[in-house]
Design a protein around this ligand. Structure first.
Ligand code: FE2
Ligand code: FE2
Length: 475
């Protein structure tokens, strides 16, 4: 058996079958609400599969859940047809599911309901229950597994000599606990012990994040993390498991955790495939050297030839906000049409002059205004002041928004943008503390500050690159 492996990892493809929607407000509003390019998901997934099939060096493909958007059978059948295309070409395919992949039938907290989107509304359609998933995807993981935990549908596959992949399926309750229960955790520990006894390295994959991309995520939405993430981290550290691949946040992020003894692990979270800046990961492991190399691979065009970013970016909130601002300043009707489903357009409709005034004012703001507000203007060099005076504040804000999902935001501590915006945040920190503004204090993680929260969005303060990392599984 060879001792090198290479695989692609795809997460959150959120496939929506073209059979379950027609153009209209219901699907458009759902697309806006979900913040992913739902209508284009077949063309996105097909473009990636074409790319994978063209790569003869990589024989394995891993999918880590939210494979379809709404648990409906039609989208699952379409998704499985894509898996068949991969296996027919000789690829090994391993799949786990997550909360978007089934509809709750009262057995847990999952509230998804499968529907067809008509021109004017929705109508119920056939769907998969959680209990259907194991059989439906049996050929894509469980059949090849060397160990299966039937209750959770989790399993272990041998990627190559010396390397195992543990696919931890979502065995939670569909919302507030998305992780293994006690029995599953015992199974996982046994699987890690077996691997250790065999002298094999272990990689983990699961849907929900173990380390959040930003601390404010843990603070505001801890239930969105892997249920029992602290126990999972402890298990990884004690069995020297260096990496868990996750999804769910739709954010490209590589974060490292180390304990006081210096033991460490990484959470490699991959952006949703259905994002305008979506990517898949390509992972290689050499069992002899112990080196694991992770890169990211995107596409330029959808399978029908449309350019990806140009087509998809205007669909979701970072792109819509960029387009809304000039419309609010100049074309109120177009502003309301574009904002439908995203903004409270019923309330805004009564205030065309106010909206127009606010948008025009916002367009004129310069970064220098932020620097002055943040009391850092006097400290700036002449060249920095010139740059701040010439830079539109909205462009900086759009820059931050554009990097929320793809990571690697560009405003490092040396930049004028960083100096000006953290100046404002530091001033707000002082105001919040002095005036005891309870609502703002509740938003800030204990021991943290608005400056620290903002830094997470200004530049990569995680491992330095959300797209790539190379490390030794041995260290
Ligand atoms: Fe998702
Ligand atoms: Fe998810």
């Amino acid at each position: 058996m060879k001792r090198q492996t290479a695989f692609y990892l795809i997460t959150d493809s959120h496939l929506v079958s073209p059979d379950i929607w027609v153009e209209g407000k219901p699907i458009t509003n759902r697309e806006r609400g979900d913040q992913i390019a739902l209508k284009a998901t077949p063309q996105i997934l097909d473009a990636y599969i074409d790319k994978i099939l063209a790569d003869e060096e990589t024989d394995t493909v891993v999918f880590t859940g939210d494979n379809v958007n709404n648990g409906d059978r039609a989208s699952h059948l379409d998704f499985r047809a894509r898996l068949e295309r991969l296996t027919a070409a000789g690829k090994r395919v391993y799949v786990i599911s997550a909360t978007h992949d089934y509809c709750g039938a009262g057995e847990d907290e999952n509230g998804f309901s499968a529907c067809r989107y008509t021109e004017t509304g929705t109508e119920p359609i056939d769907f998969l229950r959680k209990s259907d998933l194991f059989d439906f995807y049996y050929e894509y993981g469980p059949r090849q597994a060397i160990d299966v935990h039937r209750d959770s549908r989790s399993y272990v596959v041998q990627l190559c000599g010396g390397v195992r992949l543990v696919m931890i399926d979502d065995n939670g309750n569909g919302r507030s606990h998305c992780g293994l229960f006690e029995d599953g955790t015992r199974w996982l520990e046994n699987a890690l012990r077996d691997a250790q006894n065999a002298g094999d390295y272990v990689l983990l994959a699961t849907h929900h994040p173990v380390l959040p991309p930003w601390e404010v995520f843990r603070h505001m939405a801890e239930h969105e993390l892997y249920g029992g993430y602290r126990e999972l981290i402890a298990l990884m550290l004690s069995y020297n498991v260096r990496v868990v691949f996750t999804g769910h946040t739709h954010v490209q992020s590589i974060r490292r955790y180390a304990d006081e003894a210096g033991r460490w692990m990484l959470d490699v979270s991959t952006i949703a495939l259905a994002n305008a800046a979506g990517k898949m990961r390509r992972v290689t492991v050499d069992a002899d050297s112990g080196v694991c190399d992770i890169q990211s691979v995107g596409i330029d065009a959808l399978s029908d030839g449309r350019p990806v970013y140009k087509t998809l970016h205007p669909l979701n909130f970072p792109g819509i906000i960029e387009d809304l601002l000039p419309l609010g300043a100049s074309d109120f009707d177009a502003f309301l049409t574009l904002g439908d489903g995203l903004l409270p357009t019923d309330k805004l409709r009564a205030h065309p002059h106010l909206i127009g005034f606010a948008c025009r004012k916002a367009q004129k703001l310069k970064l220098s205004t932020a620097a002055k507000l943040g009391h850092v203007w006097r400290r700036m060099e002449p060249a920095q002041r010139r740059y701040a005076r010439e830079t539109a504040l909205t462009d900086v804000v759009f820059g931050i928004l554009r990097h929320i999902y793809p990571g690697n935001a560009p405003y490092t501590p040396q930049t004028v943008e960083y100096i000006a915006l953290t100046g404002v945040a530091a001033r707000l920190d002082r105001i919040v503390r002095r005036l005891h503004i309870k609502k703002a204090q509740d938003m800030i993680p204990p021991g943290s500050s608005l400056v620290e929260m903002l830094q997470d969005f200004l530049y990569n303060n995680r491992t330095g690159d959300d797209d790539a990392i190379r490390f030794s599984l041995r260290d």
